[in-house]
Design a binder for this molecule. Structure first.
Ligand code: TYD
Ligand code: MG
Length: 479
């Protein structure tokens, strides 16, 4: 019995990998069952089984030493890039011999960010190697000139042949960072499939990662993102690297957000905020001021969320527009927030507060291109919806935060003090948040310049907004 199993395993199997999503299947078909793309399955060389089957693999091997959970390990050393917003997302800087994948839409600014980070590190006295497979030396020099970085010491090359790159890297035994822009352009002879295919990308990344681990440099890989938001083809790469960062933003806006998706050395909920200027990416140390810069007071349908991104409070404006839709299914369009969460809030507002929204199209937008994921946004979204439905602007000096439960109750959220402090710092004088419960939160410090309006239930919020003057056209103009 065991023998026949080993024989079966020894038989070479042909596997097919999807070039779009990386899914592997044993059966060829015209359409990938995983992502639905057509004509993307290509044959993949299967790992050759050991001669003699299972028995062979059992023979060699030394004993592993097993240990307990106690004992301390020093935190990994860090090489700060000196770009504070970048370091924040990395968890304090680059970790030597670690691998960071930076993904993002084409044109969002990945090359700009990495050139700036490389130059900063070079200026700080570290050896940095920058290899571009996308642009010529001339193009990179032009960008460097635009960014005012031509004097920064950098080892620059334009190359795509992985064999050449790996043969050249040992010239720089002291290198702290190697940048590869982008992994999709790299090409290794060790596998015979086309550049950009999943097999190529995976094999190239594997060889580069091995070089990083043996030579000890931090490796930064740029990866392009497909329309669907997956790192093009190689989702597999996300498992191979230590840190996955997404560089995102709306190309129509100047804000860019570097978001941690995975981090073996730190928290993943941190964001770095940048502004794309004519001279490259500028760090935004105070994102709240930036996100609120274009806010117009006294417009119905707008509310300021006292939000939190990672360890940092961020104030953002939530905008809502209701448009009558007497027939057909009403539209629910959301940018920057979860559509399912909006449906839930609409249902709660209808059933618990008697708001009539079913005959309206609802458009919700988080201003500035930020994507908000925390439950504390519920109360601010509800405020924007109530304000729009009642045509009453919210108090321009008030911020909102809190989670809403299905019965309409407001629930506590994390870091209330931090939110209030940020709101006070930006000149807000009132905050609407969940009722304080006995215990820790009751002893909370509320800044002197700010009044906390406690919301027990959504109906309280309706009361707070309804008490304000209606948003006549004249008032809107004045705002
Ligand atoms: P880039 O870094 O090439 O994007 P990616 O590598 O993600 O494809 O950035 C391209 C865009 O950034 C381009 O549309 C121009 C803009 N940009 C600026 O606005 N200011 C600058 O200083 C630079 C270098 C680029
Ligand atoms: Mg680029």
């Amino acid at each position: 019995m065991a023998g026949s199993r080993a024989e079966r395993l020894a038989k070479p199997v042909t596997l097919y990998a999807c070039t779009a999503c990386g899914a592997v299947t044993a059966k060829w078909s015209g359409r990938c069952e995983s992502c639905g793309a057509w004509n993307t399955l290509e044959e993949q060389a299967a790992p050759r089984p050991l001669p003699g089957g299972l028995k062979e693999s059992r023979r060699a091997g030394t004993r592993i030493e097993f240990v307990g959970l106690e004992g301390t390990t020093p935190p990994p050393p860090r090489v700060p890039t000196t770009i504070a917003e970048f370091d924040r997302v990395l968890g304090g800087g680059l970790v030597p011999a670690s691998v960071v994948l930076v993904g993002g839409d084409p044109g969002i600014g990945k090359s700009t960010l990495l050139l700036q980070a490389s130059a900063a590190l070079g200026r700080a006295g570290r050896e940095v190697v920058y290899i571009s497979g996308e642009e010529s030396i001339g193009q990179i020099r032009m960008r460097a000139a635009r960014l005012g970085l031509t004097a920064a010491p950098l080892r620059l090359a334009a190359a795509t042949q992985l064999g050449d790159i790996l043969a050249s890297l040992p010239q720089f035994p002291e290198a702290a960072l190697v940048v590869i822009d982008s992994i999709q352009t790299m090409w290794t002879e060790s596998v015979d499939s086309a550049p950009g295919s999943v097999t190529q990308v995976r094999a190239s990344a594997f060889e580069l990662i091995r070089a990083a681990k043996t030579q000890g440099f931090a490796l930064l890989l740029v990866g392009h993102v497909t329309k669907e938001g997956a790192l093009a083809g190689p989702r597999v790469l996300e498992h191979m690297v230590d840190v996955v960062l997404h560089f995102e933003g709306d190309r129509g806006h100047q804000f860019r957000i570097l978001r941690g998706m995975k981090n073996r050395f730190g928290a993943t909920d941190e964001i770095g905020v940048f502004e794309m200027t004519g001279r490259g990416l500028a760090e935004v140390a105070n994102p709240s001021a930036l996100f609120l810069a274009e806010r117009r007071g006294n417009v119905a349908g707008s509310a300021v969320l006292a939000g939190l991104e990672g360890s940092r409070p961020v104030l953002v404006e939530i905008q809502c527009l209701l448009a009558p839709n007497p027939g057909g299914a009403p539209r629910r369009s959301v940018i920057g927030w979860d559509a399912g969460r909006l449906s839930m809030l609409l249902a709660v507002l209808e059933t618990r507060c008697g708001l009539k929204l079913a005959m309206n199209d609802v458009y919700l937008n988080v201003a500035g291109g930020l994507r908000v994921t925390e439950p504390a946004a519920d109360l601010a979204v509800a405020a924007a919806l109530i304000s729009a439905a009642a045509d009453v602007p919210t108090d321009p000096e008030m911020v909102f935060f809190g989670e809403i439960g299905l019965s309409g109750e407001a629930r506590q959220v994390a870091q209330t003090e931090l939110r209030l402090k940020e709101a006070a710092k930006l000149g807000f004088t009132r905050a609407a948040g969940p009722k304080r419960v006995a215990g820790g939160a009751a002893r909370m410090n509320v800044p002197k310049s700010l009044t906390l309006i406690e919301i027990g239930h959504l109906t309280d919020l309706v009361g707070v907004i309804a008490a304000r003057p209606r948003g006549t056209a004249k008032q809107k103009e004045a705002g």
